[in-house]
Design a protein around this ligand. Structure first.
Ligand code: NAP
Length: 261
């Protein structure tokens, strides 16, 4: 007896554009990409990798710092609702095919010393802003029957440690948000995933851990070194490209083996 699994491909259409053997197309050429938090660190590396591969890249930061590198730029501070709204309006103007929610903040604090306002600020920058940006971008992706969302979570969205409650709460939430979005929009060929970096050589890591902290930490990282931002960026660009046709709803660690050791 033949068993038919699922309905004929109505809900999950096969991709409309495929790379052929020998085709040099890398899968992001001429795509419009919004990357948040492009002034430095991982976001900057992601934006540069998209640009190198022929995408039209639009950036954001809290000041004009890096605007000249991009085709368009939005100055927006996501710790205010007005700042998020500015970015939502920017999304309406550029109508991106790809959204990378990278901007994020962390301020480690013992559980008892958590400041409620700061807790909410971290949730607002790390979860509310990505949610509003996705809500603004998804109608354009649905209209094109193609879209990719990559939200930058963290290893602290999979495991946690002391003094990480506000940050872990935000990154676990970002994973949940991304998963629900992925399920809701898979039928429109909008694929959504998180990438969970381990310890990356950026201002955020150096500011929080310091040299001694980094040295101690690396004992628990099988690869034995920090990641460079472009090691995260290359994977993010692939995941957001036409080359990814079937990965959705995942939270994929790029962490030198840390969360599996
Ligand atoms: P970073 O060097 O501190 O850069 C953060 C970026 O986010 C900057 O472009 C910054 O813009 C922007 N940003 C900060 N506060 C913002 C706000 N209130 N509103 C809008 N934009 C804001 O950070 P990173 O290390 O590259 O981290 C990038 C992402 O990866 C974050 O989501 C972080 O949680 C995640 N992550 C990082 C690591 C790591 O090891 N570094 C590990 C796991 C996950 P300004 O320059 O204007 O402040």
């Amino acid at each position: 007896m033949q068993i038919q699994i699922g309905a004929p491909s109505i809900r999950y259409p096969t991709p409309t554009i495929m790379n052929k053997p020998g085709d040099v197309m890398n899968g992001v050429q001429n795509k419009k990409v919004l990357v948040t938090g492009t002034s430095r660190g991982i976001g900057r590396a992601i934006a540069q990798e998209f640009a190198r591969n022929g995408a039209h890249v639009f950036g954001t930061a809290t000041s004009e710092s890096s605007h000249s590198e991009f085709e368009g730029f939005c100055v927006a501070d996501f710790s205010t609702r007005a700042g998020i709204q500015q970015c939502v309006e920017f999304v309406g103007e550029i109508q991106p095919d790809i959204v990378i929610n990278n901007a994020g903040i962390n301020s480690p604090a013992s559980f008892e010393s958590i400041d409620s306002d700061r807790f909410l600020e971290i949730q607002q920058v790390n979860v509310l802003a990505p949610m509003e940006i996705c809500r603004a971008a998804i109608p354009f992706m649905v209209a094109n029957s193609w879209g990719r969302v990559v939200n930058i979570s963290s290893v602290w969205s999979k495991i946690s440690k002391e003094h990480r409650a506000p940050y872990s709460a935000s990154k676990f939430a970002l994973d949940g948000l991304t998963l629900a979005l992925a399920i809701e929009y898979a039928q429109h060929n909008v694929l959504a995933n998180c990438v969970a970096p381990g310890f990356v050589d950026t201002d955020m890591t150096r500011g929080i851990l310091g040299d001694d902290g980094i040295k101690n930490l690396l004992r628990n990282v099988p690869i034995g070194r920090l990641a460079q931002p472009d090691e995260i960026a290359k994977f993010v660009v692939w995941l957001a490209s036409e080359n990814n046709t079937y990965i959705t709803g995942q939270n994929i660690a790029v962490d030198g083996g840390f969360t599996r050791a």
